[in-house]
Design a binder for this molecule. Sequence first.
Ligand SMILES: Nc1nc2c(ncn2[C@@H]2O[C@H](COP(=O)(O)OP(=O)(O)OP(=O)(O)O)[C@@H](O)[C@H]2O)c(=O)[nH]1
Length: 418
Amino acid sequence: MFGFLKKKFGKNEQAESGQPSAEEIVEPQATEAVTPAVDATVVTETAVAVEQPAVETVADAVPARPVDVPVEELLPALAPSEPVPAAAPVVANPPATAEAPAKRSWTDRLKAGLARTRQQLGGGLASLFGLRKIDEDLLEELESTLLMADCGVEATQHLIDDLRLRWKRDRLETADQLQQALADGLNGIIAPLEQPLDISSHQPFIIMIAGVNGSGKTTSIGKLAKYFQAQGKSVLLAAGDTFRAAAREQLMTWGERNNVTVVAQDGGDAAAVIFDAISAARARNIDIVLADTAGRLPTQLHLMEEIAKVRRVIAKADPSGPHEVLLVLDANIGQNALAQVKAFDKAIGVTGLVVTKLDGTAKGGVLAAIARQCPKPLRFIGVGEGIDDLQPFKAREFVDALFEPGAAAVKNGAGERA
Ligand SMILES: Nc1nc2c(ncn2[C@@H]2O[C@H](COP(=O)(O)OP(=O)(O)OP(=O)(O)O)[C@@H](O)[C@H]2O)c(=O)[nH]1
């Protein structure tokens, strides 16, 4: 919490005019393995791209790069002898104990992560259902419970209407039956959000990551890098959060952990870093580019304009890109997520969502609100800080974790209609 505040304050005063000082391509373990010839290809390709007339139209976004500058000057960190900056923490082998909790299955972690929302929803329902008969008063109380779990007015109304219908039509009597009906109703609402990200259409597949300060962008990039690597894909990270000094190091740490190349720059222009990262990825036949961006609030209009520009520059680097614009939402913000989706969508055309920190909140119902009011494919959900704590969203799995079968009856020792 305090760390978050610290970061937030450190970043709100973002300098917009910083120029790049030193650009780096950091390859945690493979620095020696990359031959100068490969590096030269990367830079050459970058230079060629810059020569294209179209790029000149975004000169305001990308610092002008003389095309005849020697390779070493353009991207000095490409030289194999260049060491990783001292400021970059090296976590090549994180302590085994740090990863130990991640040995639990995803289902277990999801259940544990959703404990607070389950307590709000499932537990709240258990106490509602357990001791009384199903009637309109109970439905009314249920409505409040759903609203308190941040399901939002629209989704809540929909769920209650659906429940009333099932209660009468299916003659529901027991707490478990009602809970099951609610689970089915919720599943019906959020199932359309389940649209797994297909990265097979382009190579490199460029994923731009956006969101407000501290929503979990950089952490999610680290987790995604591991996730995609596990699918047999090669990944390159672009340290496009050039405003917060620690963000670059944070990304490098994730790069170290996953043995993934990170293209970074000491300060300077996010668009330029991402542009170069795309060129590097193309030269190296990388499958996926994960491009970080600085956090910003939708109310910071100049920063929203800046991120729109970053998006345009990505399109200059690859006319078909970005192939995915992921908005990272902190589940703790509840209903505010809706405003964030709308604002970022307007600025950069959001194509998918990541909802993080579902483990720290009782507001997991916000997924229902998103599904009803601003449906965007929910690609991934995060339920913890561990590297494996981010996985593709699966509606039924989510609902099952929220409503464990039998919870209502067990919790109260009585599930039958009174
Ligand atoms: N509990 C929990 N913490 C998370 C999750 N995802 C991210 N975090 C934490 O949230 C904090 C902020 O994450 P960052 O990845 O730095 O967020 P960011 O959006 O890159 O931040 P800025 O660059 O400041 O905008 C870190 O302490 C993360 O460990 C999650 O799913 N659960």
